[in-house]
Design a protein around this ligand. Structure first.
Ligand SMILES: Cc1cc2nc3c(=O)[nH]c(=O)nc-3n(C[C@H](O)[C@H](O)[C@H](O)COP(=O)(O)OP(=O)(O)OC[C@H]3O[C@@H](n4cnc5c(N)ncnc54)[C@H](O)[C@@H]3O)c2cc1C
Ligand code: FES
Length: 427
């Protein structure tokens, strides 16, 4: 289509008017004493906000279109040993439809039929790679036998089941990605990601997502392991450190063995914690994300607080009972319920027809029930997956930590609660 002379004149007039308006705004800013740099910063800030809103909308749209309720069938496409104890499983949806995106740090929930399980066993495993539309990856550590041989029943262990029985081509029942422990990918603030042992999985997903998004966000990644035998994803981490100026990987061995060499196998000797950060990091001004064994999580949390890192910048996930969380909640000033329980409460388990007295020896109602041979379902044991939800027929509970899973008024999550009064439970 050709433009007539009148249209050219109209466009030129509009362009001139636009420039005039922009120069007025610019002069107003100048008159108000706002510097060029200030204006540029303001524009960059607004642009970043608009981009974040657009990206968040797109994420929600895709998630709503592609997510699923209940379980979906996944085929194990690849089973890849990472070291002698950890194995990665690459999972493709059996229906071949694209996968919904997830937030790096989230986990999948598996419904498993274990060899000696009477019923379906629920277990959560963090997604260990960045979001992909074709496959998900989880990396699972084989659980060692319990100290008490009477409790050893390998047929009930899901991690051993994955290692010994789940093979390429097998089909698994999987619930959609979930979890509150994740990295906000729409921000560019500097982060410190910390994995202790198998706790590397959610933070590795965060690291991979940062690198693959092309973000130049300053990123420190600490992996704490005993020695080279536990060192996982070694070449991958070395490559990310080498190829990305903004990424700084530091491997920390707590007990190097005779053949391990500092500088070649690992960077630092000791334990990952605030003391080490004081030496290595330029300042404390980061968001911290960590996952690892309970003692490491405890000392990290308290060490960071002592180093004046605000609680709002400390994010963590436990792969089991939420010990750090309960302390964190108890320390907060917002009056959140601490796991306080007296003893002497009567607990009636109606289905099992048992009436017991709570003696305060167990940390949660779930543990108390298990110790008394009462059958209760559980998955994450951290208030996240909702598997342990139980109807409360009478009485009240105290929560050790705020439940992440949805829980209605007439029920409780037994994995993170203790009785507040005499109780009657539908279990
Ligand atoms: C949000 C979340 C994310 C997680 N992400 C990961 C992850 O990325 N990777 C990962 O590896 N784990 C992860 N976990 C932990 C995982 O869910 C399981 O708790 C872990 O694999 C242990 O489960 P299990 O069934 O093997 O053992 P348990 O639940 O400890 O034990 C079940 C039963 O098996 C018995 N048993 C266990 N091991 C043995 C053995 N070797 N020999 C004999 N008997 C045994 C026990 O005595 C018990 O009776 C995550 C947990 C949560 C909550
Ligand atoms: S076991 Fe997952 S919420 Fe209790």
């Amino acid at each position: 289509m050709e433009l007539g002379a009148v249209n050219y004149v109209a466009i030129a007039v509009l362009a001139l008017m636009g420039l005039y308006v922009l120069s007025l705004i610019y002069n107003n800013f100048r008159a108000a004493g706002v510097t060029d740099r200030g204006i540029q910063a303001e524009i960059a800030y607004l642009r970043e906000r608009v981009d974040r809103i657009k990206a968040a909308r797109e994420f929600d749209k895709q998630k709503n279109e592609l997510s699923w309720n209940g379980v979906r069938k996944f085929r194990v496409e690849r089973k890849n040993p990472e070291n002698k104890d950890i194995c990665s499983f690459y999972l493709r949806p059996h229906d071949e439809r694209p996968l919904p995106p997830f937030e790096p740090g989230q986990y999948l929930t598996f419904k498993l039929n274990l060899p000696s399980g009477k019923k379906v066993t629920t277990r959560c495993y963090s997604l260990s790679d960045s979001p992909k539309s074709e496959y998900y990856r989880v990396s699972i550590k084989r659980n060692p036998p319990p100290k008490d041989p009477a409790k050893a029943d390998v047929g009930k262990s899901s991690s051993n089941y994955f290692h010994d029985h789940v093979n390429e081509g097998d089909i698994l029942d999987v619930q959609a990605p979930n979890g509150d422990f994740f990295l906000d990918m729409h921000r560019q603030t500097p982060v410190v990601l910390i994995g202790g042992g198998i706790g590397i999985t959610p933070v590795l997903s965060m690291l991979n997502a940062i690198v693959e998004s092309g973000s130049k966000r300053e990123t420190w990644f600490f992996l704490g392991v005993r020695n080279s035998a536990e060192h996982v994803f070694r070449e991958h981490l070395e490559r990310l450190d080498r190829e990305n100026e903004n990424v700084h990987v530091r491997i920390v061995y707590s007990k190097p063995d005779d053949n391990d060499e500092q500088g070649r196998d690992y960077h630092l000797e000791g334990r990952v914690g605030a003391d080490l950060f004081r030496e290595v990091l330029p300042s404390n001004n980061y968001d911290y994300y960590f996952c690892g064994p309970p003692p490491m999580m405890e000392s990290l949390f308290h060490g960071l607080r002592e180093w004046d890192v605000p609680e709002s910048r400390i994010h963590f996930e436990a792969f089991g009972p939420a010990t750090v969380k309960s302390k964190k909640t108890a320390d907060t000033e917002d009056g959140a319920a601490a796991p306080v329980s007296g003893s002497g409460f009567k607990l009636k388990f109606t289905r099992s027809e048992k009436e017991l007295v709570w003696d305060g020896s167990a940390d949660t109602i779930l543990e108390f029930a298990e110790a008394n041979d009462i059958d209760m379902d559980s998955g994450c044991r951290a208030g996240a997956c909702g598997t342990c939800i139980t109807a409360v027929l009478a009485g009240e509970v105290n929560y050790a930590t705020e439940p992440s899973a949805d829980v209605d008024k007439g029920s409780c999550l037994t994995c993170i609660s203790v009785p507040k009064t005499d109780m009657e439970l539908d279990a």
